[in-house]
Design a protein around this ligand. Structure first.
Ligand code: 26V
Length: 826
């Protein structure tokens, strides 16, 4: 027996020596020669990037192994984050900052004739996500590790992440993103961590020896899930969280069949088919229900993750009796909601639990976050498809539903209507409602901003709210200040450090102390100079990628996010066209010079969103080439918006556009990143904008437009966009230019569909209704920007009052309200 309980994790292992610049240089040269296989004098910037990443990965591995050991020793309760999406972006500079090696590595590289600034550009963005939901998952991993929470992420290692967007003749063209083509220096391949995942087949039910009903799922088609582990560092905590990504492999049976059946080509085809499951991220964030491959992807991911969780738990604790005490699983939207019936299946069919015990455990483990109320984005799956692909799960879902509706009957006697509304099955459409499944299977359900949670309670999930008033809770989103300020805005970081010290990096509420510097002229000057430098950098990026010149003396006005009708890039464009018309009609003399930047991807099948991109580009061509606009108005659409582009755009922006139709943007997180970097917001009372307004104060934000309640009211009263159009001269002119082909004289009908959307078809997103107020408030923006002192003062007040919008706060909220986990002890 050993004397001490603490195990020496790395006993006998030489930890990597990164304590000096000289040691780092030796490691880098060695990695080039022994790892990359290239002589240092011939190494390319990418080779250097790989050498640095490999060195850093080694340090992370040491920290990860130690973290895992502490978790095991402390028998810590852990949260597992299940998400089909992680929008990580690049990791090199971020990780160097986290582990405190940035300066030493920069110096080492400089000594070796390289610059980190250059080589970091050769890392591909890990873009395993569509937008807000995926980026939130990435921020959460950062906060978990930084605050030493026992956490673990599961996802899919898509071979093709989010597509690359090119603009050809003004139109979005999607190109596959082959981010793995040079390998991924951050991951650890785990060929021995594999699980079979089964599909199709049929069920066989019989009575076991004890008389209990036993279910067998037989004649299945199987795929293997293989793990790849990506370590995610915390800032200054020494804790590393694991992100485990599954890759689909054909089973060995395939290989055997190849030899046995003699039908070699068909066997290889089948192998390729099963490996398709982890091939590509679905690039849509609304509606693709009914795509068989997507359903299979969701189940593949869920099944592998749960098998892994149960196997690991059994290894540590002997059996599953402590599972609900030690394991908590967060469902990131309904995409992993099949985890509920899958957990039941594993407990019933593999581990031999009876229904009541299995259901009690399952309900105690899961929680579900809802990220959107848009009806078309709420997942449902055809019963017929589930029957084919996951017959056992459909069976379990029916049984869950039956028992759930029995309870509903008790709670609401004599109200048969409510049964149909609450049912997991939409009988008319013959579909399974995944959100209902997730709610019924979860202890807590949360929305992502106060308004969103309120709307959940009052509308989409109103019946569930009546059933259990404690289940639905709010956890407002947040963003990590480590990536979105420390890494991407180093000069602002230095200024804040000089004023209030460095504690805000792990406790953002400390920023409040920065507020008093709004009255310090010296700090204001420095703040303004930093913004100016960041605008210079953004201007250079815009010019390099679009050819449009952005003069840093102008107001930089940005709207960057997925292209969606509800996010209303069109409203922004109507403002730009209005300014253009004023300039054309000779009213341009007093106008405030403004550079408008729009960026974002459209789902490949979302016709109107793609037309909006094209319209922006066509309008930009006319506006930017009109001599009357020179020095007054520029419009650019930056192609291929991604995390790396955001890191340049956000610090270089003066005005942040957050102009969704009230009630439709669940939270927004870009809104938080901009305000935290000293942009002022123009926005509607939607999502987290409301909480941002409450934090920064009404004088320091530009709010306009109808409220969510007013939008609902207008919809019920019968909304008449034509009346608004007819009554507003400037609006009519701008809309007519779109509808009649002003920007595309060679193809005048091109944007008729846009005109129809905002008029003929009823303007579902209330663009007409909010136009006049938007234009009015944009004029206030101009007035304020003309008072640079005043503007900068407001910007500083914004930064200082963003303390509540760190993902650290979100994670502390989840830990306390939902997960019941505590940080690891040292
Ligand atoms: C939905 C669907 C529907 C089926 C097809 C595939 C797919 C993929 C993703 C989604 C989820 C879209 C929901 C989403 O990203 N919501 C955003 O979540 C952010 C983080 O909570 C929030 O800030 C944004 O307001 C919200 O739009």
């Amino acid at each position: 027996m050993q004397e001490t309980a603490t195990v020496q994790p790395m006993a006998g292992v030489d930890l990597i020596d990164v304590s000096t610049v000289e040691a780092i240089k030796r490691h880098l040269l060695s990695h080039l020669v022994h790892g990359v296989g290239v002589a240092p004098q011939y190494a390319s910037p990418r080779d250097w990037m790989v050498a640095v990443a490999t060195l850093v990965r080694g340090v992370l591995s040491e920290q990860y192994l130690e973290t895992a050991l502490r978790e095991r020793e402390q028998k810590a309760r852990r949260v597992y984050y299940l998400s089909l999406e992680y929008l990580m972006g690049r990791s090199l500079r971020k990780t160097l900052l986290d582990i405190g090696l940035l300066e030493r590595v920069e110096q080492a590289l400089t000594d070796l004739g390289q610059e980190l600034e250059d080589i970091q550009e050769h890392e591909y963005d890990a873009a395993l996500g569509n937008g807000g939901l995926g980026r939130l998952a990435a921020c959460f991993l950062d906060s978990l590790a930084t605050h030493s929470y026992p956490g673990f992420g599961y996802g899919i290692r898509y071979e093709f992440g989010m597509f690359t967007q090119r603009i050809e003749h003004g139109e979005q063209v999607e190109h596959p993103e082959t981010w793995l083509r040079h390998g991924n220096p951050w991951e650890f391949e785990r060929p021995s961590i594999i699980y079979p995942v089964r599909f199709r087949g049929r069920m066989m039910t019989f009575r076991g020896e004890d008389g209990r009903e036993v279910c067998r799922w037989i004649d299945t088609e199987d795929v293997i899930a293989m793990a790849y582990d990506v370590p995610v560092s915390g800032f200054g905590s020494g804790v590393v969280t694991k992100l485990r990504l599954w890759s689909a492999r054909a089973t060995r049976d395939f290989d055997l069949n190849i030899f046995n059946q003699g039908n070699y080509i068909d066997a290889v085809k089948a192998k390729t088919l099963s490996e398709n499951l982890s091939k590509v991220l679905y690039p849509a964030d609304t509606t693709l229900m009914g795509q068989e491959l997507r359903l299979m992807q969701e189940y593949f991911f869920v099944s592998a993750s749960l098998q892994d969780i149960l196997a690991r738990h059994t290894r540590t604790y002997g059996d599953l009796s402590a599972l609900p005490e030690k394991v908590c699983i967060q469902l990131n939207d309904t995409h992993p909601a099949l985890a509920v019936p899958e957990m039941m299946r594993l407990l019933l069919d593999q581990y031999g639990y009876d229904w009541a015990a299995a259901w009690a455990m399952t309900r105690g483990i899961f929680n579900y976050t809802n990220h959107t109320l848009l009806p078309e984005a709420l997942e449902t799956w055809p019963i017929a498809m589930l029957e084919q692909i996951l017959p056992r799960h459909l069976d379990i879902i029916y049984k869950i539903n039956y028992q759930f509706l029995q309870q509903v009957k008790v709670s609401f006697p004599g109200q048969p209507d409510i049964l149909g509304r609450l049912s997991l099955i939409d009988d008319g459409a013959r579909r399974v409602r995944m959100a209902h499944l997730a709610v019924v299977g979860s202890g807590h359900v949360n929305g992502v901003a106060a308004l969103h949670t309120d709307l959940m309670r009052r509308h989409v999930f109103a019946d569930f709210q009546r059933l259990d008033t404690d289940k639905i809770v709010n956890v407002t989103n947040g963003v990590t200040q480590r990536r979105w300020v420390v890494q991407s805005n180093p000069d602002l970081t230095a200024l804040i450090d000089d004023c209030i010290g460095p504690r805000w990096k792990t406790d953002l509420t400390e920023l409040k102390a920065f507020e008093r510097f709004a009255d310090d002229a010296g700090v204001r000057d420095r703040f303004a100079a930093i913004k100016r430098d960041n605008k210079q950098r953004l201007g250079a990026l815009v010019e390099a990628r679009t050819g449009v010149r952005f003069d840093p003396a102008a107001l930089f006005d940005s709207q960057v996010k997925r292209i969606h009708e509800y996010k209303r890039q069109l409203l922004n464009l109507l403002h730009v066209i209005t300014l253009y018309n004023r300039i054309r009609s000779g009213q341009g003399d007093g106008i405030l010079p403004r550079c408008v930047l729009i960026a974002g991807k459209s789902a490949p099948g979302y016709f109107l969103a793609k037309q909006i991109i094209r319209l922006i580009n066509d309008a930009a061509m006319v506006i930017n080439n009109d001599p009357a606009c020179k020095g007054r108005l520029s419009l650019a659409f930056l192609p291929n918006y991604n995390v790396s582009a955001a890191e340049v755009i956000i610090p270089g922006t003066d005005l942040s556009e957050q102009i969704s139709t009230a009630g439709m943007e669940a939270s927004g997180t870009g809104n938080m990143k901009f305000a935290l970097n000293g942009a002022l917001t123009i926005g509607t009372l939607d999502g987290a904008n409301i909480e941002i307004k409450d934090a920064v104060g009404d004088d320091n934000i530009f709010i306009f437009g109808k409220t969510a309640a007013e939008v609902t009211e207008m919809r019920m009263q019968g909304y008449r966009p034509w009346d608004i159009y007819n009554a507003d001269e400037e609006l009519r002119q701008a809309v007519d230019m779109i509808g009649s082909g002003y920007f595309t004289p060679d193809d005048p009908g091109r944007y008729r569909c846009v005109f129809d959307a905002i008029l003929t078809h009823g303007d579902h997103f209330f663009v007409m209704a909010d136009y006049a107020d938007y234009i009015r408030v944009q004029a206030q923006v101009e007035q304020t920007y003309r008072q640079p002192e005043d503007w900068t003062r407001k910007a500083i007040i914004n930064v200082a009052n963003m303390g509540g919008f760190s993902s650290d706060r979100s994670i502390h909220d989840y830990a306390r309200k939902i997960w019941r986990i505590t940080p690891l002890k040292r």
